[in-house]
Design a protein around this ligand. Structure first.
Ligand SMILES: [Zn+2]
Length: 182
């Protein structure tokens, strides 16, 4: 069977004239070889067209850049987190090492005693400061003492009031700016 010119017509990109198209149709009906080739060619052409359609859309490189930036930021954050974790781990290790060192060089009883001693010293210091103020108050005349107490009390009260007011204002501000967003 002579497959030409029908075989080359299969690969024509432009539509064939009506007469040639009819000849080709008739040949394809009688020739399985050319029919197979036509099917294969149609498949390939379809694949080529869908690949063309899947080509990157405009702005793709911008999105790619933005994604890259976000990825880099994420990586940086992860590095910071790892660094913090490593530092915390190092501090914990040092503390553990110190604890082990103390445990090995001195008995736990000694460690406990020294801890108690330190806190006792701090407590004694605080008591001494309190006693100093008490003796100061005792040394002063009672009217001055009362006046001093009054001044201290009002000072503490106004401090508390200022604190409460500022907290209230900050919370109010937070709420109002939150409301402005809506
Ligand atoms: Zn043929």
């Amino acid at each position: 069977m002579n497959h030409q010119p029908f075989n080359s017509w299969l690969y024509e990109d432009t539509p064939l004239p009506a007469a040639q198209a009819e000849e080709l149709r008739q040949h394809l009906q009688t020739c399985p070889d050319c029919r197979r080739q036509q099917e294969a060619w149609l498949n390939v052409r379809h694949m080529l067209r869908t690949t063309e359609a899947a080509r990157p859309q405009p702005g793709f490189s911008n999105r790619w850049q933005a994604g890259l930036e976000a990825r880099r930021l994420r990586q940086q954050r992860r590095q910071v987190r790892i660094t913090i974790l490593a530092l915390a781990g190092a501090v914990l290790l040092v503390l553990l090492g110190l604890l082990i060192y103390f445990a090995l060089t001195s008995s736990f009883a000694d460690l406990f005693a020294s801890m108690i001693g330190t806190s006792t010293q701090v407590a004694v210091g605080l008591v001494q400061i309190g006693e100093f103020f008490q003796s100061l108050l005792r040394f002063l005349p009672p009217e001055v003492t009362a006046a001093a107490w009054f001044i201290i009390a009002s000072w503490i009260c106004s401090l508390c009031l200022a604190w409460v007011l500022s907290v209230w204002r900050i919370s109010r501000k937070g709420v109002s700016s939150h409301e402005e967003l809506h």
